[in-house]
Design a protein around this ligand. Structure first.
Ligand SMILES: C[S@@+](CC[C@H](N)C(=O)[O-])C[C@H]1O[C@@H](n2cnc3c(N)ncnc32)[C@H](O)[C@@H]1O
Length: 353
């Protein structure tokens, strides 16, 4: 943890972090043991049946409460930790740019929910962006402190661009920029654009990009209608966005990405997919409810491949992503791990050349 925080704040953050780690690496396997003991040799194949059994298990209320309860504790600790941080300072002579549109029409499905249980969401003030920045690190249980996850996404998912000279890369739902910076680092000659609804996140993304000497164009906009020219991008990415939008917006986001891609351009969107393990998939679907990500189950069961096809993209497929191992995997199958973790996956498609 950052050392400049007061001792009691650090202790509070360390406590929540330890609690979340034990929730993932002790409580989840213990819950699975209870489940296996009840279901024996004939575990339910369907998620709903796995859920009915899970809900009868003695450990389940603890598991469920600790996910939501520790998330609330985390935000309280983080809010205290960032309370003394200065306002985001924008550079006077930036290499990149920040295009804010205060008149933007924020969808009510975006503003009505405190996403991830973060009080007030990520879009209301500079503090909400700072809170999100520190909270996002903690939610990854210390596993993404230097944004390895996002670097690995860029390193392992964009192989077809190697040796090419892409001219425009667009990262939609870019948040405070941790998914956008590695694009610019990897393709310094390209115009890199990050788009998000949340002005505070974009201000932070821009300030942090400039600190790193990265000339990135950040635009306040909606991933469903970016306003960018048709056929102008070699690549459209998103990370951790798709499960946060309702199904019509999911369809519109994919269609918009297809519209702005050049012929031969790539779509690479990192999100979650069900694994086929009914027990695990039930817990994943319930994460949406417990963590205020109400559209997650709908997004995960949506036919995103058909949406890609309807948008004119080809070769659409999901592949697994192993954030602790080698990143992108060749198929939709993950290495076995006993602790709770997300089934990350990448939606890939191309626009016909
Ligand atoms: C979980 S965050 C991921 C941020 C970033 N890509 C990352 O990996 O750190 C999802 C982001 O999507 C943004 N978002 C949600 N709906 C959006 C929309 N319709 N248009 C643009 N951005 C959106 C949110 O404001 C938030 O910053």
């Amino acid at each position: 943890m950052a050392t400049h925080h007061a001792l009691d704040t650090r202790a509070e953050i360390d406590f929540v972090l330890a609690m979340r780690r034990r929730w993932a690496d002790r409580l989840y396997p213990a819950l699975k043991e209870e489940y296996d003991a009840v279901t024996g040799d004939a575990p339910p194949a369907e998620r709903s049946a796995a859920g009915e059994t899970t809900e009868t298990l003695p450990l389940y209320p603890w598991f469920a409460w600790m996910e939501r309860g520790s998330q609330k504790m985390l935000w309280r600790a983080v809010e205290r930790a960032v309370a003394d941080e200065p306002a985001i300072e924008l550079p006077a002579a930036p290499k990149g740019s920040l295009e804010l549109h205060p008149e933007i029409d924020m969808p009510t499905w975006y503003t009505d929910w405190d996403i991830h249980v973060q009080p007030g969401g990520v879009w209301q003030s500079d503090m909400s962006a700072r809170t999100y920045e520190l909270g996002a690190k903690l939610v990854m249980l210390g596993g993404n402190d230097d944004y390895l996850f996002h670097r690995r996404f860029v390193e392992t998912c964009l192989a077809p661009l190697e040796g090419k000279s892409p001219t425009r890369l667009v990262d939609v739902g870019c948040g405070f920029g941790k998914s956008t910076w590695p694009l610019k680092k990897t393709f310094p000659e390209a115009e890199v654009i990050g788009i998000d609804l949340a002005a505070p996140c974009l201000r932070l993304a821009h300030a942090k990009a400039e600190e790193q000497g990265l000339a990135i164009r950040f635009i306040q906009g909606d991933c469903q209608a970016t306003g960018l020219e048709a056929g102008s991008a070699d690549l459209v990415t998103s990370t951790m966005l798709l499960h946060e939008v309702p199904r019509p917006a999911l369809e519109a986001t994919i269609a918009e990405a297809a519209r702005i891609l050049k012929p031969g351009g790539l779509l690479r969107m990192l999100d979650f997919q069900y694994t086929g393990d009914a027990f695990r998939d039930f817990q994943v679907s319930q994460h949406g409810a417990r963590n205020n990500e109400p559209f997650m189950p709908g997004a995960m069961s949506a036919d995103t491949l058909a949406m890609c096809e309807a948008a004119g993209l080809v070769n659409a497929r999901w592949v697994a992503f192993d954030e602790r191992g080698g990143g992108r995997l060749e198929s939709l199958a993950w290495p076995t791990r006993s602790e709770w973790h997300f089934p990350w996956a990448v939606l890939e498609a191309e626009k016909p050349a």
